[in-house]
Design a protein. Structure first.
Length: 149
């Protein structure tokens, strides 16, 4: 929705549901010459693209925005920065890191065996690498590089 402010050109009803509740009956429609907040949204309907216009008293618009913001539970208001840890439990995380290190070591040995032309050793190390897969799945999702095609 596009939102902007301007001076009202014609008398309009305020779009805030609680306008009367907030200000009582003394608060009438938005009069010509008053400041007004205008909202415009385009929606695709069965009949094609339609434009919807809304108008609010400036303070009603702010009240509505605050209603929306306070309706969000405090725990979901600001998301933490950075990468989320794979597992909350520290023990599980340690186990996961040790499995990653073990696999890296096997990889290294596998490359050395391959360069030495020892195909049997390469296959044995590959089997050992793949035996780690069920263990790491116990600690969280399978890392991308661990996938076996
Ligand atoms: Zn209002």
């Amino acid at each position: 929705m596009d939102i902007w402010a301007r001076w009202n050109k014609q008398t309009r009803k305020c779009h805030y549901d609680l306008c009367f509740a907030l200000h009582g009956l003394a608060r009438g429609p938005i009069e010509r010459g008053d400041p007004v907040i205008i909202g415009r949204s385009k929606k695709l309907t069965a009949a094609g693209m339609r434009t919807f216009n809304y108008a609010w008293h400036p303070d009603c618009w702010l009240a509505q925005a605050m209603d929306h913001l306070t309706s969000i539970p405090e725990s979901e208001r600001v998301s933490p920065r950075g990468r989320r840890p794979v597992a909350a439990n520290l023990e599980v995380r340690k186990r996961r890191v040790s499995l990653l290190q073990k696999r890296a070591s096997l990889n290294h040995r596998q490359v050395k065996a391959a360069l030495a032309g020892d195909a049997v050793r390469v296959l044995a190390l590959e089997a050992e690498k793949q035996s780690l897969i069920p263990l790491i799945l116990e600690t969280g999702p399978l890392p991308k590089r661990w996938r076996v095609e």
